[in-house]
Design a binder for this molecule. Structure first.
Ligand code: HPA
Length: 282
């Protein structure tokens, strides 16, 4: 099998990280805008700034600190990305999803993605969580296109990726159960992703609703596609930070996320506790 540059680099970077942290993570978590303080839930933390990680780029968006935190949550070894890279920052899809390849080489078997999203479903309120049951990729590209720049070859995955059940059904029910036991409002829904960095017009939101989207974001979906290509189980959760298609600014999105960190922490640590108990789920 021809090794492409991304695959080789990911392995190298994972080895570099392994030298700096004793814990071998099973679960990866990517934290969205303003959700970075979730790392307070991690014990025995080893924190590595992205600036120290080869081939990781800078995070430029407010609410994305730019650190990889490795440690344990409820005794489960985790690697948590405190901030992500976005397509709208001008990065290629390869760069945006490179950390997922690295996490895979670190040994994770499942990936939790979190993000801020605008609510489209009229039943959704600001501050609700939406467990992602499916997605609509409207970014006009995806991270699996010509990664090798060498024809249709990537040493890490097959060319045609199945996206039915992209979001693991066991995790979806675990998320729902944990939310309801913890008294946290969590709906299920379909997430659409647009390129950004512009928010949508009211007409665009009408269109997205007709297409079947319950919420809209500018991230997460490329990471999910890469994770599925790498055969990782995926759980996705969006925090509804605003009603979509109305006046808003990124500062308010980040503020809303920060307000809900404690609830996200309870939900995810609750899920992790149950995953750890069952063992077989990952
Ligand atoms: N649209 C797109 N992305 C978002 C939104 C939105 O309304 N809110 C948070 N991320």
């Amino acid at each position: 099998m021809i090794k492409n540059a991304q695959a080789k680099r990911a392995k190298k970077v994972a080895n570099f990280i392994k030298k700096q942290a004793d814990v071998r993570p099973i679960l990866g978590i990517i934290l969205g805008s303003g959700l970075g303080d979730f790392v307070e839930n991690i014990e025995n933390k080893r924190t590595i700034p992205y600036s120290k990680i080869p081939y990781f780029v800078k995070t430029t968006v407010k609410g994305h600190t730019g650190r990889l935190v490795i440690g344990k949550i409820r005794d489960l070894p985790v690697a948590v990305m405190q901030g992500r890279f976005h397509y709208y920052e001008g990065h290629s899809m390869g760069v945006v999803t490179f950390p997922v390849r690295v996490l895979k080489h670190l040994g994770i078997r499942c990936l939790f993605v979190t993000n801020a999203a605008g609510g489209i479903n009229p039943k959704f309120k600001t501050g609700d969580f939406m467990i992602i049951k499916d997605h609509i990729n409207l970014m006009g590209t995806n991270p699996l296109i010509n990664q090798a720049q060498n024809g249709f070859i990537d040493s890490e995955f097959e060319p045609f990726i199945n996206m039915t059940d992209a979001y693991d059904n066991q995790y979806i029910s675990l998320g729902e159960k944990t939310a309801s036991k913890s008294g946290i409002r969590a709906k299920k829904g379909v997430l659409a992703a647009i390129q950004g960095p512009i928010y949508e017009t009211p007409a665009e939101i009408k269109m997205l609703r007709r297409l079947g989207a319950d919420a809209v974001c500018m991230s997460a979906i490329p990471e999910v596609i890469m994770a599925r290509a790498l055969n990782l189980k995926v759980f996705g959760i969006s925090l509804i930070t605003n009603k979509a298609g109305v006046h808003l600014c990124h500062e308010n999105v980040v503020k809303e996320s920060e307000k809900n960190i404690e609830r996200l922490g309870r939900l995810l640590t609750g899920m992790i506790e149950r995953i750890k108990k069952r063992g077989s789920i990952y």
